[in-house]
Design a protein around this ligand. Structure first.
Ligand code: ATP
Length: 236
């Protein structure tokens, strides 16, 4: 079984006036240490899928297993703990708290794990060093560039040592050069620290970095594995 596994997952948005099926008995297996992207036109259901894998939304049917845990078996308290420990989130618009410094933003999720302030700040500084922002730890987000803010958001996503980071359009608010820098950082964390990334995106630059490309069409998921250069050379 993959690190992220979906079996016959269904999700329909319904009201009295309409019903829209976004996932229809969808199956998916994402392996450990993946760098996967979810592609599909606007409105196809990328965020819906990401939200369900991140346990922010529940499917109407089917099973979602993350790192060996069927998330439907967890109550709300267990789910919050599981989310906090296993999954990091990165968003298009960074979602940093403007009144906290970069280090305080990164440290924030540790507060919910009961980690004392001194230790929180120490871990936050380590993560900021990992994303190349040691010199900016005491700055407020408003004093940072877009790329630096996204790096802070990635450091925050990493702070509880999750195995998986879910990123919704992580490069959408960045210029190309900055986006490339952020993607290089994500690729490095994936290759050298074993963090899996699953990104919903429209950005070809993100797709170029992917090793698994997931497309969403008519409620079904299809995953294509991108061969490595070594594999291409072996078959040439
Ligand atoms: N809470 C909701 N209630 C009703 N319909 C919704 C809800 N959330 C999303 N939808 C609809 O479900 C479909 C999938 O939405 P979703 O945001 O997952 O798509 P997306 O592929 O991420 O889109 P985009 O690329 O524009 O961000 C869309 O048609 C959307 O309008």
């Amino acid at each position: 079984m993959g690190q992220i596994s979906l079996r016959s997952v269904c999700r329909t948005y319904a009201s009295e006036a309409f019903s829209l099926t976004v996932l229809d008995q969808a199956d998916l297996e994402i392996p450990d240490s993946a760098f996967a992207v979810i592609c599909g036109p606007s409105g196809s259901g990328k965020s819906t899928l990401l939200n369900m894998i991140g346990a922010l939304d529940r499917p109407d049917g089917g099973t979602i297993t993350i790192a060996g845990t069927d998330i439907a078996t967890l109550n709300e308290k267990q789910l919050a703990k599981f989310r906090n420990e296993t999954i990091g989130f990165v968003f298009q618009s960074f979602h940093l708290l403007p009144v906290l410094t970069a280090a305080e933003n990164v440290a924030w999720p540790l507060y919910f794990q009961g980690v004392k302030r001194r230790e929180r700040m120490e871990i936050a500084r380590e993560k900021l060093a990992l994303v190349g922002l040691s010199d900016h730890a005491n700055k407020l987000p408003g004093k940072l560039s877009g790329g630096q803010r996204q790096r802070v958001a990635i450091a925050r996503a990493l702070v509880c040592n999750p195995r998986i980071i879910l990123a919704d359009e992580p490069t959408a608010n960045l210029d190309r050069k900055t986006a490339q820098g952020v993607l290089d950082l994500m690729s490095d964390l994936n290759a050298h620290h074993g963090v899996s990334f699953l990104c919903a995106t429209h950005d070809n630059l993100v797709v170029e970095h992917a090793r698994q490309i997931i497309s969403l069409s008519e409620g079904k998921l299809h995953m294509q594995v991108v061969p490595t250069l070594n594999e291409v050379a072996r078959h040439a």
